[in-house]
Write a protein that binds this ligand. Structure first.
Ligand code: HMG
Ligand code: MG
Length: 327
């Protein structure tokens, strides 16, 4: 395993909690409306998506991944991207983003007034073909054009590297490829790269190794964790990332989600569960736990099932029983 980058030596950076070596502040990108809903089979109205976004904004979310400008043939649930973006309130200090797989997607996102576009490559050839119908090299060439267009138009650029911890089609993914793709995306100007566990197979030690390997090539501050929770490892993987100094995470309200091209993969780590952990560690998030829990319970009711957030369900039950006692 590679040694920690020098900026992680305990107490050496203003952004880290000296004694514990954990970040003092963590930035969460809420991906529920996009990663969360994209995999839902039942049609969800734009009105429901807009209300979810508003509830998340009311909870203090400042980085909101609203939707995707992808082919409606590939992901029908995201076909209303422009309508959803047109319907949500724009609040100062909030970064509204959308996924853009190519220039067509970029044009749609630009016209809808996003602040940030998200390009998404894979570290596995098989997954790249299934998800975006091209090789990794072809995808990087497409993303270069999107990145340049983003720069020309003054939009922020974020990126994801899928299958960084394992692939549903090819199995193991060499860490060198994860590092290579991460480097390429950083070189294009992506200020944040989500090292993504698409199918939730990664475990804590592996997460540390992959994050540290990437941090040898790009600044640690450019890395984010994106952990699906298929094997119940996502909160542990967030903790492992924090321990090596990662201070950015994607999370999905109520643990919604999955990728339609990663069969069997469940949702992202639940935002409520990550925020519960962070607040208990004394780490700032700027998020209001109660409003998050309420948003998670609300969208779960809309979808007709129980929330997948353990912390969200526990807190909702606790508050309900406290209310009953008080009456
Ligand atoms: P393609 O079929 O190769 O595209 O799909 P094409 O360029 O050959 O065009 C075919 C048709 O699609 C044309 O229309 C295009 O206009 C249209 P036609 O002439 O047949 O009527 N088209 C589009 N329409 C709307 N928006 C666009 C667009 N581009 C082309 N942007 C493509 C290639 C990339 C478009 C397709 O494969 C696609 O949309 N894939 C997206 C898959 C996806 O959204 N997956 C989930 C998101 S990634 C994810 O969840 C992982 C992540 O969370 C991290 C992790 O967990 O790992 C980020
Ligand atoms: Mg994902």
């Amino acid at each position: 395993m590679s040694s920690p980058p020098s900026n992680l030596v305990s107490g050496s950076s203003g952004g880290l909690r000296g004694g514990q070596g954990l970040p003092a502040r963590v930035f969460i990108t809420e991906v529920g409306p996009r990663d969360g809903l994209q995999n839902e089979k039942q049609p969800i109205s734009a009105t429901t998506k807009i209300e979810l976004c508003e509830r998340l904004l009311n909870a203090g979310v400042q980085r909101l991944e609203v939707t995707s400008f992808v082919s409606p043939k590939w992901v029908p649930q995201m076909a209303d991207a422009a309508e959803v973006l047109a319907g949500i309130s724009r609040r100062s200090g909030v970064r509204y983003s959308a996924l853009t797989p190519n220039m067509k997607g970029f044009e749609g996102a630009l016209a809808s007034g996003v602040d940030e576009v998200v390009i998404f490559a894979a570290a596995s050839e098989a997954f790249s073909q299934r998800n975006i119908n091209c090789s990794i090299a072809e995808s990087l060439a497409r993303f270069e054009r999107v990145a340049q267009a983003a720069k020309r138009h003054g939009l922020k650029l974020r990126a994801a590297v899928s299958t960084a911890f394992g692939c549903p089609y090819q199995g193991e993914v060499p860490v060198e490829i994860v590092v290579h793709v991460t480097e390429q995306l950083y070189a294009m100007g992506a200020t944040e790269i989500s090292v993504s566990d698409t199918i939730g197979v990664g475990t804590a030690q592996q997460v540390k190794e992959v994050m540290l390997a990437c941090a040898q090539s790009v600044p640690l501050t450019a890395l984010a964790g994106h952990f699906h929770d298929t094997y119940g490892q996502a909160v542990a993987n967030v903790m492992a990332s924090l321990e090596v100094g990662v201070d950015k995470f994607d999370a999905s309200i109520a643990g919604l989600g999955g990728c339609p091209y990663a069969k069997g993969a469940t949702g992202n780590v639940a935002t409520e569960d990550v925020v519960y952990l962070l607040h208990k560690l004394g780490i700032e998030t700027g998020l209001d736990m109660q409003a998050l829990v309420e948003a998670g319970q609300w969208i779960s009711q809309q979808l007709g099932r129980k929330s997948l957030s353990r912390a969200g369900n526990a807190l909702a039950a606790k508050w309900q029983s406290e209310e009953a006692v008080a009456q």
